[in-house]
Design a protein around this ligand. Sequence first.
Ligand code: DQA
Length: 143
Amino acid sequence: QKVLVLNGPNLGRLGSREPDVYGATTFADLVADCEQAGAELGLSVEVRQTDDEAELVGWLHEAADHKYPVVLNPAAFTHYSYALRDACAQRTAPLIEIHISNPAAREDFRHTSVVAAVASGTIAGFGLNSYRLALRALTTLTS
Ligand code: DQA
């Protein structure tokens, strides 16, 4: 089963970006870890990152068209992108929203997710392990 792990803006800078919040692991390390976790679970994981809202929306359309399950870290788009929310609403397979940090424990503007209501569920606050937990959760979901 193919799974898309999609990442929004600034996540390509993991490792150098606010390491006190997001850790010292690089995006390349994250890609390798997701691929390995997927292999352990029998999933063929493809990890992508973009800073561009249109590109991320396009990837969600692709997932909907092919019935690919999605693990999505929408990054800052989480909090305000209705376009991203509407793209997620078109999903034809499970979609898990994830965050490295725990947005509920941070600034007020991070307390709202416009994506959460159209996701299968949300995993947040477990560092990069949030990705592994989401891939594991996907294997237990059918819609
Ligand atoms: C994030 C949390 C968001 O609030 C923030 O804008 C990000 C990363 C996380 O993974 O913790 O870019 O989605």
